[in-house]
Design a protein around this ligand. Structure first.
Ligand SMILES: NC(=O)C1=CN([C@@H]2O[C@H](COP(=O)(O)OP(=O)(O)OC[C@H]3O[C@@H](n4cnc5c(N)ncnc54)[C@H](OP(=O)(O)O)[C@@H]3O)[C@@H](O)[C@H]2O)[C@@H](O)CC1
Ligand SMILES: [K+]
Length: 485
């Protein structure tokens, strides 16, 4: 599990640890980890050119001490001092080791750039000359190693106001920062390497958590020898309409291919015909009127994709929500709930899966505001609505009251195409029906869906049906050798 913390949490932990250690110890630990990472990146340290971008705080101090270590190993290290002041002891050590001060032109002659402009102490958009230096580093041929966080990225949220450094590697001190797991910060951080400075015992519960493949593999339900189709989980899908038939096909496909024991589909004539011809495995009820009578028992419902927002859709949604099993609400179902919040008043669990636009309808926050701070808005919606919120996007986040937000980084930009959300709802529904809670079902589904997207894409455009088809391959990749069991 990748765990991450806000800047305040890190600072509080550092405070406690620092009180027990001689002054400067933590920075020395940070700098030696940073220098080692730079050395690995350079391959050969002796004779290489390293340019440090040094801000006025301790982030610059880390860079200067690391620069001193690299200079002692024979690198030609130059420091561009950006702040109105500079970490004094760090600069002294740097100069003593043979490092030199330089102007911004040193960025262009570097083999490696070290971004020590700002770390967790940043506030707001980068000011000049930091801003210009960040852009010069991004334009340079050499890769950049960011100290703690890429400068310009808010460590606690991943937000970027204005320019930020694009790092090939971020060497982060003590613990990962939330902003390294959430886009846009996550995308700017490159690889993330954690340097242990001894903070562990002082860290509180994490702010956010990212599941690894091994975590997901451990959570995924596996059929046991005595499983039958009912015990493996029956998913009910209420999706599609005479106008939108594809959503039904895709949601049912996602559910079937994510391991549901059985999928029951209920809808009107047009989508029924489509689902029947595409998925003969599904158990289908063709509806003359909006009613779940005679559809049969399920262990979880998926409701909303392509359903429409008229009276029929509203009645189907109300009946699904009146059941006593977990319900996933997506797409048109969310539009209906936004109009009529009371529908959410039920005892059994609810997982909602909005994108930013749908969440905006649910909460009234602006779409751009939501995109800029996905964590805050997903958390707020989960608390206000009393449900689990899976907010889709380049970093999908899953928020549930009183638990760390789970963030998912497996997706690919190619997934931003029509119908992929319908597949996700089916995948998550299958996991709910197999007994996972909303938090686990949502975060495992996001992981699998992202991985399936990568498999389906391999760097080229994909289509939603291809993502559904790749879900078994994603499960196989995760579960590895034990897949035969
Ligand atoms: N504490 C520890 O134990 C350890 C800490 N460690 C390291 O220290 C880092 C935190 O150091 P920090 O607290 O000194 O803050 P930091 O990120 O360097 O930036 C603050 C400076 O930036 C400036 N500034 C702010 N906003 C700005 C903007 N928008 N645009 C431009 N400038 C801006 C502001 O300058 P001022 O406004 O005062 O001129 C202020 O002085 C942490 O990330 C890690 O790398 C490690 O060594 C491990 C041990
Ligand atoms: K930095």
């Amino acid at each position: 599990m990748r765990i991450a913390y806000t800047a305040d949490q890190i600072r509080a932990a550092e405070h406690q640890l620092m009180a027990r250690l001689p002054e400067g110890t933590l920075m020395q630990r940070a700098a030696s980890g940073l220098a080692a990472a730079c050395a690995t990146m350079l391959g050969k340290v002796y004779g290489s050119r390293v340019t440090l971008l040094v801000g006025s705080g301790d982030n610059g101090g880390d860079a200067l001490y690391a620069g001193a270590l690299l200079a002692r190993r024979g690198a030609r290290v130059e420091a561009v001092l950006a702040g109105s002041r500079t970490h004094e002891a760090g600069l002294e050590a740097f100069l003593l080791a043979g490092g030199r001060e330089a102007g911004a032109e040193a960025i262009e002659r570097a083999d490696l750039i070290v971004d020590g402009l700002v770390g967790i102490g940043v506030s707001g958009a980068l000011r000049e000359p930091y801003w210009g230096l960040a852009r010069a580093a991004n334009a340079a041929a050499a890769p950049t190693v960011a100290v703690d966080v890429p400068s310009g990225v808010d460590a606690s949220s991943g937000r970027v106001e204005g320019a930020a450094v694009e790092a090939a590697l971020t060497v982060t001190m003590g613990a990962r920062k939330t902003g390294l797991l959430v886009d846009p910060g996550a995308a700017l951080a490159g690889e993330v390497e954690l340097v242990d400075i001894g903070l562990g015992p002082y860290l509180p519960d994490p702010d956010v958590v990212g599941l690894t493949g091994a975590d997901v593999a451990a959570l995924l339900p596996r059929p046991a020898a005595e499983s039958d189709k009912y015990r493996r989980g029956v998913v009910g899908v209420v999706a599609g309409s005479d106008q939108y038939t594809g959503a039904a096909v895709l949601a049912v496909g996602g559910a079937l291919l994510a391991g549901a024991g059985m999928v029951r589909y209920a809808g009107p004539g047009e989508p029924v015909a489509q689902v029947r011809s595409r998925w003969p495995e599904a158990v289908i009820t063709e509806l003359e009127r909006p009613s779940l009578d005679g559809v049969g028992r399920v262990q979880a419902w998926v409701v909303g994709p392509g359903l429409g927002t008229g009276d029929w859709a509203r009645e189907m949604l109300a009946q699904v929500l009146a059941s006593d099993v977990p319900v996933l609400i997506d797409a048109d179902g969310l539009t209906l709930v936004a109009r009529e919040r009371d529908l959410l008043g039920r005892d059994a669990p609810v997982l909602v899966t909005p994108h930013a636009g749908e969440l905006s309808r649910l909460t009234g926050a602006g779409r751009d505001e939501i995109e800029a701070d996905r964590l805050k808005h997903a958390r707020g919606a989960a608390a206000d609505l009393g449900v689990t919120v899976l907010l889709k996007g380049s970093t999908t986040v899953v928020a549930e009251p009183d638990r760390p937000v789970r963030v998912n980084g497996t997706g690919t930009a190619w997934l931003a195409t029509g119908g992929t959300g319908d597949v996700l709802s089916g995948v998550a529904g299958a996991l709910l029906a197999q007994g996972l809670g909303c938090y686990d079902a949502g975060s495992c589904a996001a992981y699998l869906h992202g991985l399936a997207g990568r498999i389906a894409s391999s760097g080229a455009p994909l289509h939603a049906a291809g993502v559904a088809a790749a879900v078994p391959a994603a499960i196989r990749e995760l579960t590895g050798r034990s897949a035969s069991r």
